[in-house]
Design a protein around this ligand. Structure first.
Ligand code: HEC
Length: 94
């Protein structure tokens, strides 16, 4: 996982903030459900219900910001929004 300095700083900052699960849920519905499903059950993209047990937060952020696996696009969002999305993903468990 290659990160430039800007990406490393972005990840560090995102991981240092407390996230809001409500806002994370909203962001997930706006940006992710089209491919990962309304209950993260998987559609075009894989199921994400236990993703935080499979991938480290850093890897998840990398996946979201880099756009390395089309058709998943790269997303630009503020660090706070990323922190929100992460707490939401942590709340998803089978
Ligand atoms: C246009 C469809 C699309 C959208 C929109 C999308 N994804 Fe994805 N996502 C994918 C696909 C396809 C993969 C599988 C990529 C691969 O492994 O080749 C993937 C993979 C992932 C993975 C890695 C899962 C794993 O088990 O390795 C994560 C985490 C993820 N997406 C999170 C998100 C989040 C969070 C959003 C919203 C911000 C999002 N995705 C939006 C299509 C999408």
């Amino acid at each position: 996982m290659f990160l430039n300095e800007e990406e490393s700083l972005y990840i560090q900052k995102s991981l240092s903030l407390n996230g809001s699960i409500e806002n994370g849920s909203r962001l997930f519905r706006m940006n992710c459900v089209g491919c990962h499903g309304i209950s993260a059950q998987g559609l075009v993209g894989p199921e994400l219900n236990n993703v935080t047990e499979e991938l480290r937060d850093k890897q998840i952020i990398n996946q979201v910001i880099k756009g390395l696996t089309p058709p998943m696009p790269s997303f630009e969002m503020e660090e706070q929004s990323m922190a929100d999305l992460l707490v939401y993903l942590h709340s998803l468990k089978d």
